[in-house]
Structure formats: C-alpha cells, structure tokens
Design a binder for this molecule. Structure first.
Ligand code: ADP
Ligand code: MG
Length: 273
C-alpha cells in the first residue's frame, strides 16, 4: 500500500445516522479528509434501521438478555436494512459530496469470514442467538486495491460462515479487526457521547487515556452496554497492529477532523497499548 498516505478506519454508528443534518455534516468531514489525501475506510452499523425493517416486515424478534435472536428469515431483513438501505444511502451521500465510495459487505472479495458467536447468560448457560457471528478471518486485499485506486470503501458488517450461512457481526468488532489487520494509522470510533466516562451522566468524568489491559477489569462497572464492544474493538485493533485507537463524539462537528489530522490527545478516549 502507498506508505505516504495515512489509513484511517472510521466506525460510524447507526444511532448517529438518525439525524440527517448531523449525518451530512459528518460525511462532509469524511470527504474533506478524503480530499486531503487520507485513505479512509468506513465501517457502519445500523441497529435502528434493522429494528424498523423487521417491524415493517411484521417479524417479531425474541430477545435474550437484550440480544436479538436472528433466524434465517430475520437475517434476510437484516441484510436488506444494512446493505440495502444504510450502506446504499451512505454511498450515495458520499458520492454526492464528491468522493468515490464503494459499498461492500464482508462477503465482497471475501473480505471477511464469520463464525457463529454464542452468548453466555448470567448462569453461564450457552444461548444460541442464531445468525449472529464473530470475525473469523479478514483478508483485506479488496480494501487495499480500492484504497490504492482512490476509492472510499463503505463496509457493512455481514459475512458468511463456513456453514454457508450469513452472519450479522457487531460493527464495532468488525471494524476493530479490520483496523488491526490493515495496520491502520488511526482507528476512530464515532459515537453519541464524548468517549468512555466514569459516570455516563457527567461529561467531566471523561477518561482521556485508557491502557487496554485495564478494559476487562472495568467491564460492567464503568464499561457498560454499547461501550463493551467499542472498548473490545479498540483492544483488538491495537493488539493486531493498528497504531492508534480512539472513541470520539461523532455528533460534534469538527471533532473527526481534529482526531484524524492531529495527534490530539484531548478528542475523546484514547487507548494505549
Ligand atoms: P453506537 O451507535 O455509536 O454504537 P451505542 O449506543 O452502542 O452507540 O454505545 C454508546 C453508548 O454507550 C452511550 O450512548 C452510553 O449510553 C453507553 N455507555 C455505557 N457506559 C458508558 C460509559 N462508561 N461512558 C460513556 N458511555 C457509556
Ligand atoms: Mg453500538
């Protein structure tokens, strides 16, 4: 890969896409970075869009401890929502802003393979969540080809397993594996809060630096809910070879530019290896 250009993997969450104006501001920043000469990869989620599409289809999901059971029929609608709707919209918006986006899932070019993920409940019993997976393998050749030819890959975190089934993979975790595998200069996770806070209600308790070996000890104490896969993703990325990993507030215009261009330690939560 062209060593003179920094590679930046951006994880963009579904909750941050609900507001059209904020989405447009954010994508303008993304295209500005692209035009500035950085190699940008977007990995996106889309929880709220999955929920809406399953409701529209009249599919009643079963939940275990907050995890949706995804059977084969639900998975069809998950893919329609993520790849059809969210990915298609991001590609169109980015192209309209002047960059050249290419929409992919993990299936394209065999970028990723999946393996089934089991959930363990509080009694340590194994719960089968259906077609919910983890990353088994990443082969980033397709992404490297696209970056070297000045395209901007936009990736949905769905991949196929060895059993031939499609799996929905948590987008944070998918992005962490990809950022690590391609040894990204920066792994930037955008979310709807300033970063990891000691007290979610109090932004003044923002943790600006966190060594990755401290993550496990903070789980279910400080690190809860959506922050669990995010912090795990930063750990995976740094361990596999990403140079930096940070969680920042994607709803604050301009922060992405700052995080991507400077080595500013004050943007959000920086993870240290
Ligand atoms: P995304 O769509 O960006 O993946 P999530 O809702 O999955 O967003 O994760 C972000 C959420 O994690 C925050 O909005 C917050 O409610 C929650 N959260 C849990 N623990 C913390 C914490 N210690 N600091 C900050 N946010 C936290
Ligand atoms: Mg999330």
């Amino acid at each position: 890969m062209d060593k003179n250009k920094n590679v930046i993997v951006i994880k963009y969450g579904g909750n941050a896409m609900l507001d059209d104006e904020l989405t447009s501001e954010l994508l303008k920043n993304v295209v500005e970075l692209f035009n500035y000469g950085l190699k940008i990869i977007i990995v996106h989620g889309g929880g709220p869009f999955i929920k809406k599409n399953l409701e529209l289809a009249g599919i009643k999901s079963e939940f275990v401890e907050g995890h949706r059971i995804t059977d084969g029929n639900s998975m069809r609608f998950v893919e329609m929502a993520l790849k059809g709707e969210v990915n298609g919209n991001l590609v169109r918006l980015i192209n309209n802003l002047g960059a050249r986006a290419v929409g992919l899932s993990g299936k394209d070019g065999k970028l990723a393979t999946a393996e089934k993920r089991f959930h363990y409940n509080e009694h340590k019993e194994t719960i089968d969540l259906g077609q919910v997976g983890d990353v088994k393998n990443i082969s980033p050749e397709i992404i490297i080809q696209l970056l070297n030819n000045n395209f901007l890959p936009v990736i949905t975190s769905i991949a196929t397993g060895d059993d031939g089934l499609d799996y929905n993979i948590n987008a944070d975790i998918f992005a962490g594996h990809l950022a690590g595998e391609i040894k990204a200069d920066k792994f930037i996770m955008l979310t709807d809060v300033d970063g990891l806070m000691e007290d979610v209600e109090n932004p003044e308790t923002l943790i600006t630096e966190l060594p990755i070996e401290k993550i496990d000890g903070l789980k279910n104490k400080i690190i809860k809910g959506g922050m669990i896969p995010k912090t795990d993703a930063c750990k995976i990325a740094l361990k596999k070879g990403a140079k930096t990993a940070v969680i920042i507030n994607g709803t604050k215009p301009g922060l992405l530019l700052k995080a991507a261009k400077d080595n500013n330690q004050l943007c959000g939560t920086n993870f240290i290896k």
